[in-house]
Design a protein around this ligand. Sequence first.
Ligand SMILES: Nc1ncnc2c1ncn2[C@@H]1O[C@H](COP(=O)(O)OP(=O)(O)O)[C@@H](O)[C@H]1O
Ligand SMILES: [Mg+2]
Length: 266
Amino acid sequence: MAQWRFERVVSEKLQGQVWRVQSEGRVGYFKFARDDQWRYSGPYIANEWITAALARRLGLPVADLEVADVVGPDGVAWHGVVSVVTPAEEVISWAKAPQAVRQRPEDHLYDVARLSQLVVFDAWTANVDRATGTNLILYRHQGEQRYHWYLIDHALCLLGAPYKWEKHRWRDPFWSRLWLYYHTPQGLLRLQSSWSALSPMIRRIERLQPGDIDAAIASAPQGSLPSRMRQETRALLLHRQRILRTLLRRWLTFRGVKEFRPRRHD
Ligand SMILES: Nc1ncnc2c1ncn2[C@@H]1O[C@H](COP(=O)(O)OP(=O)(O)O)[C@@H](O)[C@H]1O
Ligand SMILES: [Mg+2]
């Protein structure tokens, strides 16, 4: 296990804390939660891990993850997960990208076809946390015009945390109406609004076998997912695999708001 060292506190929220950390020239973001944050954090390490494994299986780029124990400024060590930053000259979130990138992503990014399928993956994994664009990272090396991209922060995907299901259990019809809990990051709706853009990823997900899902679940770090939640994560993924096509057809025909709009003072 690499030794990650505390650099600074990034955020402290109901669902947990994030610290910026370093290890031998590498930079990462370390996420951990106290036991009393369970209602909002749930099995966040397993959610991150399993969702990233599924993304990789489907050819979507995601940040490397490492479990770690990191000692904070007060000398207390916490157990959590590090999301490793891809080294590059420029690393920014979609939310902070120049307006031109959001207006014409096809002119500024590599692999836009894949990015145009993101809603399909997020719908399958019940991601409630993509809208603001902070969980989509862009980077480019010196001399590059276009940005590469990768996905981060899948802590609230899949079973997420208990509070995710307090109003509507995951089999409830609420969760088949994607627009009620998911907005595309600003500027990504247009690319994702045709059946031809989405259908390759729908077919990829439909072709996954239960064994592929089991392998992703089995890859989660030891102790990160109680066995009853293993079964439930599996059931959720199989259920949403079955409804995925219908869910996205309804989403495509829905005429209301489907894209995130930052408020002006943000
Ligand atoms: N692999 C990464 N590359 C670049 N930035 C990252 C990476 N992982 C995390 N971050 C940064 O840290 C922030 C917090 O991490 P995140 O996993 O999104 O936790 P939170 O649950 O607080 O949203 C992100 O919004 C992003 O700015
Ligand atoms: Mg985030």
